[in-house]
Design a protein around this ligand. Structure first.
Ligand SMILES: Cc1ncc(C[n+]2csc(CCOP(=O)(O)OP(=O)(O)O)c2C)c(N)n1
Ligand SMILES: [Mg+2]
Length: 550
């Protein structure tokens, strides 16, 4: 037995089923230990994709996903994934190799200080210097990665420690940890605030999407009958059909959902994480905010709650509902605004312009996705449209990154979703820019035999930045590029590809793609003139009218 065997045994003890990555020669003892283990090695074509997949495993299951790389160059390729998991609160364990530390037979070849690089990007980063410590370090890594607020942990296993002979050591068994529930005084205070509110509103933030919370939050909202909106990453946290959904705050102000937010006198903010682009801006004289979360709120210029309810969120909100159920005659005060807000959002969803409008694309995608289908977004202009316009009815069915907001994660995150839920429809939606940042993973997806459709929105540009440039009054400059023929590109990977040729062509093309099984790429041209017309001109007018009224 050697250090690598101990590491792999410790990972099996944590229930790890697969490790994503690109090994280097420094990892070969780990690879050999894996060969003799129950853990599968899932090769990717870039370490970044391995990290995005591992992080998404953590996001969707609550159990840390694991990725592996070599030293120096491979480890540095994990850093964007580390930041993605750090900001997005996704549990992940990254294992990297290193040259031997007991002697230096290759001098400084490929050596960079990976632990120092990872330190600010992780919850914990350390080098393993003795096999004896491996069982406890691995247990600690998973504990730290998975406990609130979840995130990435980095372990560096130098090749000589991996190869070092060691007696067999028992792994440290994991045990369930029950988080403390909010105390009576805090519950009473929170209940008092809500009882006094004239126009309450619930906001569901990023932490509301933790997989274990779906039922508890749906119950909470239904028992209180207070209308709710969500942040981008809080989307889907409450099961649909409640009739209480008021919209998604994809922008920070002036959108139609802000009609309700601006009129609220109390916002019960559940699981808001200020890594997200602000869903509304607190300022002097705005609504009071009650922060409900696993951890106290960070104080920001735009977020400084007046009261907090801290503790295990599920049981805490159940206790809060016990104090309030049936005692809130004004719970639905803001509900009359609901229909007009949702009607504005639905506008032009069936327009038959070609190239297609973002509204039409969101609408058509919703048509072909069953309630439990999962849409995974990359980052680009369409993210705002999907966040704002796509209605979710099941938790974690619109996966987007409003934290690091990195391009390139759309395809890998969808691949992970497809691996975890092989019978559900999974769609990656990517811009022509973001797709090309990790398009090499089409090979991984086909090799893994995944059922997955990738939708590419073609505007031949970094559309989001082009839009910002225009919205800020700059001349149109420098944001366009050419694309490969995406259908031919898909074919080169052995992936079936289709191009949408008419406004009515998207739904049947997506249906056929899902129907065919396997990996399928669909490319559709998008008309982004709506960005300026709706998200700037229309909302500016709306915002100023609104301010005039209040
Ligand atoms: C890795 C990375 N690089 C740059 C950016 C800045 N950025 C945000 S959106 C965007 C353009 C995205 O273009 P595309 O994927 O084609 O989507 P579109 O906005 O055109 O729909 C850029 C460059 C980013 N978020 N992440
Ligand atoms: Mg684009």
């Amino acid at each position: 037995m050697n250090g690598a065997d101990l590491l792999v045994a410790a990972l099996e003890n944590e229930g790890v089923k697969q490790i994503f990555g690109v090994p280097g020669e420094e990892n070969l003892d780990i690879v050999e230990a894996m060969r003799r283990s129950t853990i599968k090695l899932v090769l990717t074509r870039h370490e970044q994709a391995a990290a995005f997949m591992a992080a998404t495993h953590g996001r969707l299951t609550g159990e840390a996903g694991v990725c592996l790389s070599t030293l120096g160059p491979g480890a540095l390729n994990l850093t964007t994934g580390a930041a993605y998991a750090r900001l997005g609160a996704m549990p992940m364990v990254m294992i990297t190799g290193q040259k031997g530390i007991l002697s230096r037979k290759q001098a400084r070849f490929q050596v960079v200080d990976v632990v120092s690089t990872m330190t600010p990007l992780t919850k914990m980063a350390l080098q393993i210097i003795s096999p004896m410590t491996i069982p406890s370090i691995v247990r600690e890594a998973f504990r730290v990665a998975q406990q609130e607020r979840p995130g990435p942990v980095h372990l560096e296993l130098p090749e000589d420690i991996a190869a070092e002979k060691t007696p067999e050591l028992p792994p440290v068994p994991p045990h369930p940890i029950a988080l403390p529930v909010a105390g009576r005084a805090a519950l009473d205070r929170a209940a008092e605030l809500i009882l006094k509110a004239e126009r309450p509103l619930v906001m569901l933030g990023a932490a509301a999407s933790r997989p274990r919370l779906a039922d508890a939050l749906s119950d909470f909202v239904k028992r209180l009958q207070i209308p709710f909106f969500n942040t981008q990453m809080g989307k889907g946290a409450v099961a649909g059909g409640s009739g209480l959904y008021m919209g998604t705050a994809a922008l920070s102000e002036r959108d139609y959902v802000h009609d309700a937010i601006d009129r609220a006198d109390l916002i019960i903010s559940v699981g808001h994480d200020t890594v997200e682009k602000p869903p509304f801006l607190m300022g002097p004289g705005g609504p009071r905010v009650l922060h409900v979360g696993y951890l106290p709120a960070t104080v920001e210029e735009v977020y400084f709650p007046h009261a907090e309810l801290i503790g295990d969120v599920g049981p805490s909100v159940a206790l809060l509902a016990d104090r309030l159920e049936g005692r809130l005659p004004r719970a639905g005060a803001l509900l009359p605004l609901r229909e007009q807000i949702l009607a504005r959002i639905r506008e032009r969803a069936e327009e038959s312009r070609y190239p297609l409008t973002p509204q039409r694309i969101v609408h058509d995608v919703r048509q072909v996705m069953p309630e439990d289908g999962i849409v995974c977004l990359d980052n680009g202009m369409y993210k705002i449209w999907f966040a704002r316009n796509y209605r979710t009815r099941v938790a974690n069915t619109l996966l987007l990154d409003n934290a690091l907001a990195t391009m390139g994660a759309g395809l890998p995150s969808a691949m992970m979703a497809a691996m975890l839920y092989p019978t559900r429809r999974v769609l990656a939606v990517c811009g022509d820019g973001g797709f090309m940042m990790n398009s090499q993973e089409l090979e991984t997806a086909t090799r893994l035999g995944l059922n997955l459709v990738v939708l590419i929105l073609e505007d031949n540009a970094y559309g989001m930045i082009r839009w910002k440039q225009a919205a800020d009054g700059f001349p149109d400059f420098g944001m366009t590029f050419g694309n490969p023929d995406f259908v031919a590109y898909a074919k080169a990977f052995g992936v079936r590809g289709s191009r949408v040729e008419s406004a009515d062509g998207l739904v049947p093309t997506l249906e056929a793609a899902f129907g065919g099984g396997g990996v399928h790429l669909v490319t559709v041209p998008i008309d982004y003139s709506e960005n300026m017309r709706v998200l700037v001109d229309e909302l500016r007018t709306h915002g100023s009218k609104n301010r005039g009224r209040s």
